[in-house]
Structures are given as structure tokens and as C-alpha cells.
Write a protein that binds this ligand. Sequence first.
Ligand code: ARG
Ligand code: GLU
Length: 716
Amino acid sequence: MKNKIILFLTITSLALKADEGMWMPQLIAALNITDMKKNGFKLSAEQIYSINKASMKDAVAIFGGGCTAEAISDKGLILTNHHCGYGSIASLSTVQNDYLKNGYWAMNNKEELYCKDLTVTFIKRIEDVTSKITENLKTSFSEIQRDSTIQSNIKLLERKTKEEYKYDTFIRGFFYGNEYYLFVTETFRDIRLVGTPPESIGKFGGETDNWVWPRHNADFSMFRIYANKENKPSEYNQENIPYKPAYSFPISLKGVEKGDFTMVYGFPGKTQEYLTSYAVDLLQNQQDPIRVELRAKRLSIMENDMKKNDTLRLMYANKYAGVANYYKKWSGEMLGLKKSNAIQKKQEFEQQFLNLVGSDGAKKDKYINLFAQFKKTYEEYAPLSKQYDYFTECLLGIDALRLASSFQPVFAELKKKQDGKENKFDQRFKETKPIIPFKNYNKETDRKLCTAMLEMFVNNIDKSLRAVYLDSLINVYNGNTQALTDFLYNNSSFIDNKKAELMYSDFEKNAQLYERDPMYLLATAVYKHYQKTVIPQINYYELQIAELQKEYMKGLRENVKDKKFYPDANGTLRVSYGKVADYKPRDGVEYLHYTTSDGLVEKNKTGLEDFYVKPRLIELFEKKDFGNYADKKGKLHIAFTGSNHTTGGNSGSPVINAKGELIGTNFDRNWEGTMSDISYNGNFCRNIVLDVRYTLWIVDKYAGAGYLLNEMKLVK
Ligand code: ARG
Ligand code: GLU
């Protein structure tokens, strides 16, 4: 009887929590469609993903480096977030034409602006290639042999399929290498900016509101994909014509109600839902705190200087936003893991898992042993992980160090040139030149960063673990990091506009001198030290951990029969489904599931800088000219929350209703739910969505670009 109770408990707590999961689109028909229909979805699995017919997947793309975008017209018009278009918009901007500040709207195709280096990639189809990738693996192989065989199998098959299919392809491992899938892709390179609201609207709320609900920013921008006459990708060309995608999303003007079915279709980057308690312990108690502490220091130094003048503010704006984004995310994650007793829950889960396989003695021993190996490996890995974090988040937080290190290939090529060998010196040297004068680097700000980072480094990284040259400098200056920093910054030619200019004029002649530059010496010493000592060990342990996770994952899937498993996010196309949902963040507090323009006005009235908008927006709100875009009571909705399981990379993803119509664009998660990358909880993990009606209102009434609506399929 006692056993039975345990078994019962086991199964309920191992079962998937409501709305959890990032599902592979090609497996929806087999795994999810029944459940989706039960939750209100009205279409078929084929309409989500099909390789024979046009389906939603033909309208969902990887945008730039790590976002999602969706086609919203058959003339190649795509919608993504403002923060996803940010880099391209910034690159197109000048002091005279500042599109970040003022926004931009093309009033016809000719006015659309080509974005250099921006790409948009669609998935043509997905194939299971597990057997091809693993066929020649022998059980006698060591971890390293297994890994290198798999890597070379992947490269070979990618090359072969590229030739055969005449498309680009890439292969990714799923379930920690228990499965492999091939993605056949098509990448477009002629992408043009169609429109963006000003930053004060697109990024309304700034860092104050980032990762926080309630939200009031119109985080969107629009681009158009151009193709050649055959509707195929082409480099930028005046003759190119708007791309005609096989599918584009109809747009609903009907709005959403609490409880409505929602689906997010996009490219989530990375989740780790199947970690053991040992890994979560390391993350919560070491990795997150170290990263957060180091970033907090950097941010406070940057912020102080950014307040001094506009030049410094613009110089550091983008860097600051990048550092701040994950600083805040990790802080929230840490709190969330602690509050939800994540480590303890993982421990209980592991015990339950052992109980579940417990009827079979040999099997139980196998997993007891597996957990013991996990424990030992993480214990050995932890100090290395700390060293690695102090390299990337501390030493590499010093811009000068990275700047100076970018000269390593220049010196290497120069050696070849001096030895009369074939070399690329001229090219490498030219590549470094555009950094002078430094655009996003201020020597005095960086000096402060360096002093602070070196101090934190000295206080936390043991002498024996430092690069010898760095340690000798620390000794020479008796641990006084200010004096050491001054020595570096007063004597280096690499990090001073005037000295660097001089250096560029006589670099070859005086190369020997420059190679002994103290900042350059420090940079090479630090990089070499990590490359030689820390990184190979990190790689070794990560391989061990990957192997253990693979075993564990296999064990979970084989033994927990009543649970459907989804693979962790890995930057590939996924579907998450859930519903429009509010939540209770803590005792006594309840959030609504949507916001309106009233809240924007309220925030604006506080007078805080992050809540500034151009007065015109407020004037338009006051006129209440919300037309078709308002709800039944005449309110203009701005954003809503859902229970969709999402992560970084899902930014810009289409959010779709039960009939497959676009209702919004995904752009963030709530503060209390940032731990969902490790442990999703359907009670309070929420994705934040820009209501498409606010997007359209901005395009139509604020920007006066209503002509764009003519090419969309609007459902009233
Ligand atoms: N938190 C969102 C994401 O992870 C938005 C980031 C951009 N916005 C910002 N204020 N930094 O990407
Ligand atoms: N803003 C994130 C992104 O750029 C999405 C928020 C999240 O991490 O869920 O992808």
C-alpha cells in the first residue's frame, strides 16, 4: 500500500504542468493537436506545419542574429520587435536623421531603407537525421571520440544536403544529443526598413519597465523582404522586387479575452528544463550571483558617466542596454528560483524518479550512480565556472583589454610578413583601423571600469589562478588596482585616440615597441592564460556534463511513460501554446491581463525620463480617435500577458489566436517568471505581448502610414 502511494505521487509530480512546452512543429500532429483542440484551437496540425502545402511555418522567420519575425502580407512585409530592429535602425541613423529618436516611415516602396548585414531566414522543412548522425558510433568510444565523430558526421551531412537540396541546411542536437534534426533553410539578404516608431514609443519604459509587467511600449518595427524576379534570395539590388511568401498571417482586430487560446510560433534560444538539482544549485548560488554582482558594478559606473553628457550617453546607450538586459534577467531568475524552492523541488523530483525505477534494482543502481556522477562533476566544474565567469564578465568587461587583444592577429600577420612569408598583414591592419577615433569607448569611463573590475578580480580569484603577467603587475603595485590601472592607461597606445593615431602612422616601423605596450601585453597574457588553462578544462567538463545529461534525458523519456517531453530550446522553430492569462505575483496582489493607453498616460505624468513621449502621442490619445482599434468600451489596448512558454529569441514571434489570426507580437516576460528557462511554472510565468491593434493604430493614426494596411488581411 505504501509503495502504491509513492507511485501515485510520483506520477502526478512528474506530469507536465499546464501550458509548459516548446514543441517541434513537425511533431504537433503526433503529440499536441488533440490537446490544442481541447484548449480551443480551431485549425489542423497541417496548417501549422506542412512540407507540401503552404502553412504558417512559411510565414515565421529568424530575424537577424536572434529574433523572430512574421510575414503579414504577400508583398514581403514582416513584423518584429523594435528592440530586434534596433541595431539596424541605429546603423541607418545619423545625427541629422536620427530614426531611433524620431522614428521612420516609408510612404512608398522607394523610401524603404536597405539594411546592410540584416538577414531573414525561413525554414523550408525539417528532417529527422538521428540515425545518420549516430550510425558509426561505437560503444567503446570515449566521450571525446563520440563528440568528434558526431561533429564530423554533422559537417559531412550538412555539406551533402546543401549540394543535394540546393538550399542551406543546418543540423542541431535535441534532447541532449539523443536525437538530431536537419533544417533546410532559405536566407534573404535584401531586407529594407519600412517603418519604426520613435524610441520613446517603441522602448517606452526603458530599463525601468524591462522584464516587468504592466507594460506600455509599442515594441515593433516593420521591414520588407526583397527577392529577385524568381522570388529567390538575392544580394541588395535596385531591381529586386518584394518577396511573395507562401503564407502570411491574417490579422485579427477583434482583440483577446482572458482564457482565449494563444499560440506563439518562433525561435526560442536556450532553455534548461531538465537540469539536475546540482546544476540548479550552481546556477542559483554561484553563477547568477557572480554575473549579477559584476554587471551591477559595471552598470553603475557607466550610468554615472552617461549622466554627465549626451555624447557619453549615446556612446554607452547600446552597451548599457545589453548589459542591463541580462543583469536584470539573472536577478529575477535568482529570486524566482529561490522563492519557488527550485533546488529542493529538483531534489524531490530526483528521489521520485529513483522510486519510479526502483522496482528494478539494477536500473535503480544505474541512476543512483548517475546522480553521484552529476554531483562529483558539478563539484569539480564549479571553480572552473567561476574562473570563466570572471574572465568573460569581469576582465572582458574592460573595453581596453578587448580592444588591445584585437591586435593579436595583426602582430601575427606582421611576423609572417617580416619572415618573407605569405601574409594578410595589410588586410588585418586595415580591419582594426576603423576603431579610431573610438566610437563606443571613452578612455576615462573605461579607466574606472578597469579599476573596479581588477579590484573585484583580485578579491575573488586566487593568486595561483591568475595569468602570471597580471599577477606580477598586481604585485608590483601592491594590490593597488587604481595605480595599476593608471600605469596601463597612461602608457598604452591602443586605447588613446591621439596615441593610437600616431601608432597607425608608424606601426610597421615601431611594431616591436607596440608589441611591448602594457595593455597589449596584459591582453595577450590574459587571453593565453584562459585559452591554455581554463577553457580546455571547461570544455572537458561540459562534455562530461553533456554525456550525463544525455543519459538522464534518455532515462526520463524511457521511464516516465505518462509524460510528453519537449526538447529544450536550441534556436530552432517551436510552437508554444497556452492562453491569455493574468496572474498573482505575491500575496495580496493580482495583475490584470492587459494594459491600455490610460496606463501610458499615467506613467508619462510621473515625469521620469524613461516615460517620456512626444506630446503628440498624448494629444492623439486625448482625442480618443481609436476607431476599429478600440475595445467595446472604447479603450485602446496596448499589451497583454499569456501563459505561453517562451524565452530569448521569441522576441518578435507572432502570437496567434484559435483561428490562426495574428493577435500580437511577443516581446518580453514578467519579472516573477524569468526563472522559466530553468523551471516553468504555469501559475505565474507569463509572456508579454504587444496587442496588434496598438501596432496598427500607431501605423495608421500616429505615423500616417495607413497605406500599409491595404496589403494586410484584416479580420474585423
Ligand atoms: N527583455 C527583453 C528581451 O529580453 C527586451 C530587451 C530590450 N529592451 C531593453 N530595455 N533593454 O530581449
Ligand atoms: N526580449 C526577449 C527576446 O529578445 C524575449 C523575452 C524573453 O526572454 O522571453 O527574445
